[in-house]
Design a protein around this ligand. Structure first.
Ligand SMILES: Cc1cc2nc3c(=O)[nH]c(=O)nc-3n(C[C@H](O)[C@H](O)[C@H](O)COP(=O)(O)OP(=O)(O)OC[C@H]3O[C@@H](n4cnc5c(N)ncnc54)[C@H](O)[C@@H]3O)c2cc1C
Length: 385
């Protein structure tokens, strides 16, 4: 085993930290959180820095980074601005779907624009009647003449309002008997058209990720807009799940690290009874527990990312990392907020935002109950759902 820091990762961490210090200070992050929007100019700036194309292959203008590198990036983004990490994770996932399942023409058309920050894609899977049980979805697309016509409703589609297109998981053919996963396709549906109406949701956390309801009422997409094999869209998605879980875990590693840093700083600075509060054991212990859990989740996430980057099976480790990191981040923000006392509730302290943002982790992109169901199966137990 080798735990040496990888030079490339250390440089990436440094440049993300420098970017936040110089270009995106806490004051601006708070403004975006209140506005519930990440401006397009920020994605363009990310493109200039080479970060939109991190998961895009070099031949399409990206840097073709592996999952370990993407996880380091995601962790650093979440350390300062979890909503931004949430949306970037989608940028990375949609790039992966196009890279692995798109036709050569789709890759040539969209991947370079994605890397340049000129094309943003939302991803519409969840629906009012199909969240955890996503295969219960009702949205469908029918080929009418030279276009797909999409009808249905999506729920919780992140940055749908700002996207140029939404990758919609929908039924294009009848299910094969009880096999609901068959007959679904991914249809890349342009956002700005009369058949698409988007309504922003007023969420408690991850506000700037701009999560929306999407109404598809006769939305049109070109006949060649199916990404991956027609009727096999679900299987194209399955191939991306491990990476999604690893990047999600990395986000919550970042949030945990940020909560710990702030609480440590406060414990050193804040005086009570003539001493820094960090001198009290009752303050030290929760910080020691958080530091220990941070180390655990960082290691399991790095291991899952390493397995994935070296082309090995990592489904169990990726699921475990997602479970462990999201639950640890909940405990970390709760413990660390207590250390900050009243200041933890003041908006100026990033802690209240971290605590709100971290509430998403236990159920998205997959609920931790479902992760445990999956890990149970991997342990050789019966499928429970
Ligand atoms: C901020 C935000 C951003 C999101 N972004 C996107 C996005 O961009 N695209 C997208 O498609 N979706 C997105 N989602 C949706 C997210 O993936 C879903 O919230 C998630 O899949 C859970 O679905 P649900 O909320 O409908 O919960 P439900 O399905 O209603 O589940 C409720 C509870 O029941 C439990 N449960 C259900 N079935 C079982 C079972 N068999 N065993 C044990 N427990 C079970 C769940 O674990 C959960 O605790 C986003 C959500 C949020 C809040």
């Amino acid at each position: 085993m080798n735990f040496d820091t990888i030079e490339e990762h250390a440089m990436l961490r440094e440049s993300v930290r420098a970017f936040f210090d110089q270009e995106l200070p806490e004051r601006r992050i708070r403004e975006m959180d209140r506005a519930r929007r990440i401006p397009r100019t920020l994605w363009k700036r990310f493109a200039e820095l080479g970060w939109m194309g991190l998961s895009v292959p070099e031949e399409f203008g990206g840097s073709g980074a592996d999952v370990s590198t993407a996880a380091v990036f995601c962790e650093e983004l979440a350390r300062r601005f979890p909503s931004l990490a949430t949306d970037w994770l989608l940028v990375s996932m949609t790039a992966r779907i196009l890279r692995e399942s798109g036709t050569r023409a789709q890759q040539a058309e969209y991947l370079p624009r994605l890397a340049q920050g000129d094309f943003l894609m939302g991803f519409g899977m969840s629906e009012p009647g199909g969240g955890t049980d996503v295969l219960a979805l009702k949205t469908r697309a029918d080929l009418e003449g030279d276009a797909w016509v999409v009808r249905g409703q999506k729920l919780y589609t992140s940055f749908a309002d700002d996207a140029d297109a939404i990758l919609v998981l929908c039924r294009t053919e009848a299910a094969e008997g009880a096999k609901r996963a068959r007959g679904l396709s991914l249809v890349l549906t342009p956002r700005n058209q009369p058949g698409v109406e988007v309504r922003r949701l007023e969420l408690m956390g991850m506000r700037a990720a701009c999560t929306c309801e999407v109404f598809l009422d006769g939305a049109r997409a070109p006949a060649d807009a199916v990404v991956g094999e027609r009727g096999r869209g679900w299987y194209a998605l399955l191939a991306t799940l491990d990476e999604e879980r690893i990047l999600c875990a990395a986000m919550y590693v970042g949030i945990t690290a940020a909560a710990l840093e702030q609480a440590l700083q406060y414990a050193r600075d804040r005086q009570a009874f003539g001493r820094p509060i960090g001198a009290f054991q009752a303050v030290q212990h929760p910080l020691a527990e958080t530091a220990t859990e941070l180390e655990q989740i960082r290691l399991i996430t790095a291991k899952a990312a390493w397995l994935q980057s070296s082309g090995r099976d990592c489904a169990t480790e990726a699921a475990m990392a997602k479970l462990a990191a999201t639950e640890a981040a909940l405990r970390a923000t709760d413990r660390c907020m207590r250390v900050l006392g009243g200041y933890g509730l003041v908006e100026e302290s990033p802690m209240e935002r971290l605590l709100r943002d971290t509430r998403l982790g236990p159920f998205s992109p997959i609920s931790n109950e479902m992760v445990k169901n999956f890990v149970g199966e991997r342990l050789g137990l019966a499928k429970s759902y």
